[in-house]
Each structure stands twice: as structure tokens, then as C-alpha cells.
Design a protein around this ligand. Structure first.
Ligand SMILES: *Cc1c(COP(=O)(O)O)cnc(C)c1O
Length: 460
């Protein structure tokens, strides 16, 4: 099977002129809408006025809009997108050959920008709207560092100040990530810190804690609401972020249509759900409207299994409980994956949009242990050449597993997965894997029950 005989190119790029001109809002086609964010005090849906102190006005409008199917992408954002988009849809010929599968494997590669991930798609949009509103700057949290990097870049492009609260363990393990952010002009603070009241409180209660995304969110929100001209921005989970990330799916669909290929299944890793929500958006739209059917698979770490072992309930988005409540598949806002967990995707909850779709049986979810994820990452690096992010490698794992099932049944299915980014800053994790020092700690039911018991009591 020589690749040259095949009809489909290794890489399919759209023309710049074929890039999406509007984001697609999947909620418009959902019969069961995602549940609204609730005010933690009144337990009533958050209004635009209540959100206005935290988020930018245009982003609030996007967050609350469940009916408008398309939002035009402002020309300024499209111009920035053109610096690294359209991104290629690649055919994994060498991986297919190594697996000996009749399946055809495609991946949408979002790692071709300095942030190393898809997160720049939403960072640019959020920075643009903050600037448009005349704000001075934005605050945010970052875990592994991709979101902080993406936002730092976007703020540099649009001339905004950027304050990043970085989970302390990542700050210490990934000093170069911090330096990249500072290169783009961001101020980076390890979280929890003494610079916020919530940080001081968390440190008093848990001295020596290495932090979590939930803590860093609380600090970033406080830093925004206590400063004139600042708002808070978030890189995943929220409806607005999935909206921006729909560029991934719209481009993927356009490229597949160009090739005359119909996907059978679409696979993505799921942390807070933004890349998966964006990748599947137009396909799920067709599914919801009854125009086509696809298998859609969310892949999560076995050590942080929000979909497969969480509950669908209202929960806090952060540890300090300063954010609105969101109804989502969650492990509980205090849940922190075991310290040996290396692969990102550590958020305790999941996008409300994806949570509703999962609850409606429209998407499937699987969880995979991290050593199997790194095995897949290594195989992918050795065949396709790209060094994948551990997060993305969850999707690679499941794509490989599905391709191997096709080998057994002899079916030549079209498998599409999202390759969300590159793993150059994750070499400590790769090193642990290569040295045989990585294990697969999976939380017990008893452990998960402890966190679940602390969910806020809200009638859904
Ligand atoms: C942040 C990140 C993810 C997970 O976030 P989602 O919001 O679930 O998409 C996946 N891959 C990479 C490379 C990331 O940086």
C-alpha cells in the first residue's frame, strides 16, 4: 500500500477565503438547551447585568444566547486567525499502515501556533471583545500553560494587560511556559498566592498546597472584579468558548466535504470540553437536525473521569466558590487528580453544552489510563512525526483503538480526531513514561463519593 497510489492528499488546507466567516452556535439546534448558570446566592439564572462585573459585554451576550445559530467573526479576529489558520486536515497514512487497519484516519491539527494548542482560537476572540469594550486588561488562570500562553499572545496582539494565575505545581515544573508568557508581556503569579484574599484563605487552610485549576480560577476572578477596567476570561467550559472553537469543526467539515469523505466517527479529548465541542459542532448540528448521523466519542483520563464517573448536577466552577454554579458532569469542585497524573485534562467539570448532549445520549465517552495514552503518543510521534500533547494523545489512543477494531471486522471506517496540540513542554511526563515511572492511579468509588457528597444542594 504505497501512499502515492491513494487519492487523498496527506494534508488538506482550505484557502484563506474559505475560512469560516461566522462561528456556529450549536445551542440553536439543541432541543434540550444546556442549563443556565445560576447565581450561587439566589439560585436564579445569572442575568447579563450580574455577569457584567466579571465578563466582557459582547462575550456575555454570546454566553447567554441559545437561539442565534451564527455569529459573524469580526474582520479583526479573522485577520489574526489568518496568521495560523486554516489549519490542516491530515490523513494519517503512516499510522494506518503501522496498525494494519483498513480504517482511514484523519486528524485536524491545531498545534501550529506558538501556544501549541487550539486555545488561541478563543483567546483572540476574548481579547478582541475586551479591547473593543475599552478595558485595560484581563485576568485568567492556567494549568498546564497552553491557555495562559494563548491569552498572552492575544493580549499582545490587541494591546491589553494580561495577568495569569498559574497552578503552582505547573509553575514550578514548567518554568519555560512561564517565560513564554512573559515574552508576550503577561504577568504570571503562582497560585494559590498571597496576592488575593481567596488565595490567602486557601493557603491558610491548606498550607503547602500545590494548587489546582479551581483555586487559580477563584484568584483570577477576584483579581478582575477588584480592579478597575479588568475582566476575567476563561479558556474552556463556557458556551462562548465552544462557540469560538467551532472554527475547528467548520474547517474540518469543509475539508472533508472537499475530499468527498463522510466521517463515521469523530473523536476528541475532553478536559473542559472546548476543543471537542468546537470540533463536533457542525456534525452534531446535522445530527440534531436529522440530516446525518455520526458516532461522537469524548475521551477523558481515567484519573479525572468527569463524564464516565461523575454526576450531572449543579456545581461550583471553582474552589473558592466565587463563580456562578454550572450544571455539568462533575466530580465535585474540590476534586484534584492524583499528583502522578501527567496528562492535563484535570478540570473537575465539563462544558454544560457537552454535558447536556451526553445526558441525551448523543455523544459517548470513554476513559483511558495514562500509560496507554503515552504509548499511543509515542506510536503517533514515530509514525506521523508530530510530537503530540498528552491531552491530544487521549484522542489518539481512542482513534487507534477504534482503528484496531476495524482491523478485526474488516470495516474501512472514516475516523476523524482532533489533534489539539504539541507536547514540547511536557517532556517531564514523557520522561516518566520512558523511565517506567508512570503509573495509572485510578480513584476508587469511595474517594469519588467524598467529593460528590460536597456538591451544593440545588434542585436541577
Ligand atoms: C487545554 C487543552 C486541551 C483540553 O481542553 P478542552 O477545553 O477540553 O479542549 C486539550 N488539548 C490541548 C493541547 C490543550 O491545550
Amino acid at each position: 500500500m504505497s501512499a502515492i497510489e491513494k487519492q487523498i492528499p496527506f494534508k488538506t488546507y482550505l484557502e484563506e477565503s474559505e475560512m469560516p466567516k461566522a462561528w456556529y452556535n450549536l445551542r440553536a439546534d439543541m432541543k434540550n438547551k444546556p442549563a443556565p448558570l445560576l447565581n450561587p446566592g439566589t439560585l436564579q439564572p445569572m442575568t447579563a447585568e450580574e455577569l457584567a462585573g466579571v465578563f466582557c459585554d459582547d462575550l456575555i451576550a454570546q454566553e447567554l444566547d441559545n437561539t442565534t445559530p451564527f455569529f459573524e467573526i469580526p474582520e479583526e479576529i479573522r485577520t489574526m486567525y489568518k496568521m495560523y489558520r486554516p489549519s490542516p486536515l491530515c490523513r494519517a497514512y503512516r499510522l494506518e499502515e503501522a496498525l494494519g487497519t483498513p480504517a482511514k484516519i484523519y486528524y485536524k491539527f491545531e498545534g501550529n501556533n506558538t501556544s501549541g494548542s487550539h486555545k488561541l482560537n478563543s483567546a483572540l476572540a476574548q481579547a478582541y471583545y475586551a479591547k473593543k469594550q475599552g478595558l485595560k486588561g484581563v485576568t485568567t488562570e492556567t494549568g498546564a500553560g497552553q491557555w495562559g500562553t494563548a491569552l498572552s499572545m492575544a493580549c499582545a496582539f490587541f494591546g491589553l494587560d494580561c495577568k495569569v494565575y498559574m497552578v503552582k505545581v505547573s509553575y514550578e515544573q514548567k518554568p519555560f511556559r512561564r517565560e513564554v508568557m512573559r515574552t508576550y508581556g503577561a504577568e504570571v503569579t503562582p497560585s494559590p498566592s498571597m496576592t488575593t484574599q481567596v488565595g490567602q484563605k486557601i493557603l491558610a487552610e491548606h498550607p503547602g498546597t500545590t494548587g489546582s485549576l479551581g483555586c487559580a480560577i477563584s484568584e483570577a476572578v477576584e483579581a478582575a472584579v477588584t480592579r478597575e477596567g479588568y475582566r476575567y476570561v476563561l479558556g474552556s467550559v463556557l458556551n462562548q468558548v465552544l462557540l469560538h472553537q467551532s472554527v475547528i469543526g467548520l474547517e474540518t467539515k469543509a475539508a472533508l466535504d472537499k475530499l468527498g469523505v463522510k466521517a463515521d466517527m469523530i473523536i476528541g479529548c475532553a478536559g473542559g470540553g472546548s476543543n471537542l465541542g468546537g470540533l463536533i459542532a457542525p456534525f452534531m448540528g446535522e445530527k440534531l437536525r436529522g440530516e446525518a448521523d455520526y458516532r461522537i466519542i469524548a475521551v477523558e483520563p481515567a484519573s479525572c473521569p468527569s463524564f464516565t464517573r461523575g454526576v450531572y448536577a449543579y456545581d461550583f466552577c471553582d474552589t473558592g466558590m466565587v463563580c456562578p454554579l454550572a450544571k455539568m458532569y462533575t466530580l465535585g469542585s474540590d476534586f484534584i487528580p492524583a499528583p502522578n497524573h501527567a496528562g492535563g485534562l484535570r478540570y473537575h467539570g465539563m462544558s454544560p453544552i457537552l454535558s447536556q448532549l451526553y445526558d441525551d445520549g448523543l455523544i459517548e465517552a470513554v476513559s483511558v489510563p495514562q500509560t496507554r495514552v503515552f504509548e499511543a503518543a509515542e506510536m503517533f510521534a514515530r509514525t506521523e512525526g508530530i510530537l503530540p500533547a498528552p491531552e491530544s494523545s487521549h484522542a489518539i489512543r481512542t482513534a487507534i483503538d477504534e482503528a484496531l477494531k476495524c482491523k478485526e471486522t474488516g470495516e474501512a471506517k472514516n475516523i476523524v480526531f482532533g489533534l489539539t496540540g504539541t507536547g514540547y513542554f511536557d517532556m517531564v511526563a514523557y520522561e516518566k513514561f520512558h523511565d517506567g515511572q508512570m503509573d495509572d492511579y485510578i480513584p476508587t468509588d469511595e474517594e469519588l463519593a467524598v467529593y460528590r457528597a460536597k456538591l451544593p444542594k440545588v434542585e436541577a
